[in-house]
Design a protein around this ligand. Structure first.
Ligand SMILES: [Ca+2]
Ligand SMILES: [Ca+2]
Ligand SMILES: [Ca+2]
Ligand SMILES: [Zn+2]
Length: 341
């Protein structure tokens, strides 16, 4: 059974503003600091669908899944604080760089998830910037968010709603061991950054979940390459081993066949699969860069309580702006074939 993955709704996301921690002329870790991550998760990178959490133990089966990366945009303090995210762990010790590198922590150490959170939020923002947002296009969510890792994950009640927060829990596989879970959550932050308070209704909430899933796959393919051992359309191949039995393990997929309105069940994650499959088809037709540019740019024009139909029209219009009539026609066809237009 699928467990709704995202415990955090847009309501928990902040209306906060960027804190300019990074001063000009101060060492910003521009050269980067090395660290060890999953890339994007051990099931996707190894193809081993039999991996299990095994109570957070490390083991030889994970050896091939560890990947050395360079963390960028750090503030130079030696903590996981940077331009787009600051990491706070409520379990275990805070990660601290030693002699210009973060130790090669593995999954059985809390700091591993902290590094994952930092790296994948920053990577998601870099993906968005690679599309032109913040240079030829207006910036998208270029604020420093706070990413918290805690023992509970389901309880956001203590969060203030005037800050940009993501929380990642530790149920089953620790959520932050899967880049696609981290980037899904960042997708909510992106939409909130574009339209404060976005996602107040069933359809707008479903769009929020769908975009998080879409962004997760787009970012993981952009950074690590199109997966060859798992389906690209599969979201959270690793986190989902804890609550799915079918192989391949997927929290949700982007290539479903749900149709509006008869497949609506009134649950944002499930209904989001209608929207995400349209986005994924648009990406297949237009290519990643043009599709994601149009999809993200369109979101500036969404009302926070948008309907599927209004959001689809805005996305078609954005496809027209960025790719002309051929792109607009492809976007329209993707929405029409699902009953969304
Ligand atoms: Ca862990
Ligand atoms: Ca989990
Ligand atoms: Ca995946
Ligand atoms: Zn979500």
């Amino acid at each position: 059974m699928r467990t709704p993955r995202c415990r955090m709704t847009a309501a928990f996301l902040a209306l906060g503003t960027v804190t300019a921690l990074i001063q000009p002329g101060v060492a910003q870790g521009a050269a980067g600091v090395t660290a060890t991550v999953f890339y994007p998760n051990p099931v996707q990178s190894t193809g081993d669908e039999s991996l299990t959490d095994n109570k957070d133990r490390d083991g030889a089966a994970f050896a091939a899944a560890y990947h050395t990366v360079t963390l960028t945009d750090l503030d130079g303090s030696g903590t996981l604080t940077g331009r787009y995210v600051r990491v706070k762990s409520e379990t275990g010790n805070a990660a601290q760089a030693v002699n210009g590198a973060f130790p090669a922590w593995h999954r059985d150490v809390d700091q591993f998830e902290q590094v994952m959170g930092y790296y994948w939020v920053t990577t998601a923002q870099q993906y968005i910037q690679s599309l032109g947002f913040g240079s030829r296009l207006r910036p998208v969510n270029q604020r420093q968010i706070e990413l918290r890792i805690n023992q509970y994950g389901g309880d956001n009640s203590f969060f203030r709603d005037d800050k940009a927060n993501i929380t990642l829990g530790k149920g089953g596989v620790d959520d932050a061991e899967d880049a696609e879970v981290i980037v899904h959550e960042y997708g909510h932050s992106v939409q909130d950054g574009q339209v404060p308070g976005f996602g107040t209704t069933l359809e707008s909430g479903a769009i929020g979940e769908a975009f998080g899933d879409y962004l997760a796959v787009a970012v993981s393919s952009w950074k690590t390459g199109v997966p060859t051992k798992t389906p690209e359309a599969c979201v959270a191949d690793w986190d989902s081993v804890s609550y799915t039995s079918a192989v391949p393990h997927c929290l949700r997929r982007l290539d479903g066949t749900k149709h509006y309105p008869e497949d609506v069940i009134g649950e944002v994650h499930a209904d989001g699969e209608i929207w995400s499959s349209a986005l994924y088809e648009i990406r297949a037709k237009l290519g990643d860069k043009l599709a994601s540019t149009a999809i993200i740019d369109a979101q500036f024009d969404f009302a926070k309580d948008t309907t599927f139909r209004a959001a689809a029209e805005a996305t078609v219009a954005a496809a027209q702006r960025h790719g002309g009539s051929t792109a607009a026609a492809a976007a329209r066809a993707a929405f029409t074939s699902r009953g969304l237009l």
